[in-house]
Write a protein of this length. Structure first.
Length: 177
């Protein structure tokens, strides 16, 4: 396999599987993989939910192994996540914007368990967004009328027991069902 020339989702999953544990994965390694990853537009179109959600976003699990997961997120215009962290296992990873643009609204976790609004960034097509262990944020479609957006998320370890906050009050909220 010529990693520098072409990296597919299957070959990337195989490379990460070879790492054997989350201790050998890094955000830098995933950034390198996702930079080289070739995504075919036909593959992306085949993964889209039918129907596309009108609000929020849709998660499609692409690959899950012992120490990581690959998720495709599709975002309708105006769609986005709740304010959240990345779970009790302190997951981290990288997001690659495949189509459209996404906002990444950062929040700062306070000592009393509330959050305050921080910086807002916009990531365009092809951009890579690192997801750190202590990150609290909301992510969503940044465009006005440019159809759906799509992004590929690679997290290690899996994300479990996510916490959520109300963006207006900063108070913790019960996880949605």
């Amino acid at each position: 396999m010529k990693v520098a020339e072409e990296l597919t989702l299957d070959s990337m999953a195989s490379l990460i599987d070879c790492c054997g544990s989350t201790t050998s994965l890094t955000i830098e390694t995933l950034t390198d993989y996702l930079t080289k990853l070739e995504i075919d537009e036909d593959w992306l179109l085949a993964q889209l939910p039918n129907p596309m959600p009108k609000t929020g976003y849709h998660r499609t699990l692409i690959h899950q192994a012992k120490c990581f997961e690959i998720v495709l997120a599709t975002w309708p215009v105006g769609g986005g996540t709740l304010v959240h962290d990345h779970g009790s296992l302190n997951s981290q990873g990288v997001v690659r914007v495949l189509k459209g643009s996404l906002y990444n609204q950062m929040y700062e976790l306070q000592e009393d368990g509330t959050v305050t609004r921080g910086e807002r960034h916009v990531a365009g097509e092809g951009a890579l967004v690192p997801v750190t262990r202590d990150m609290v944020h909301a992510m969503g479609h940044a465009g006005e009328n440019d159809g759906y957006a799509a992004s590929l998320h690679v997290y290690f370890p899996w994300i479990v027991e996510v916490r959520y906050w109300d963006p207006q009050t900063g108070l913790p909220v019960v996880a949605p069902t």
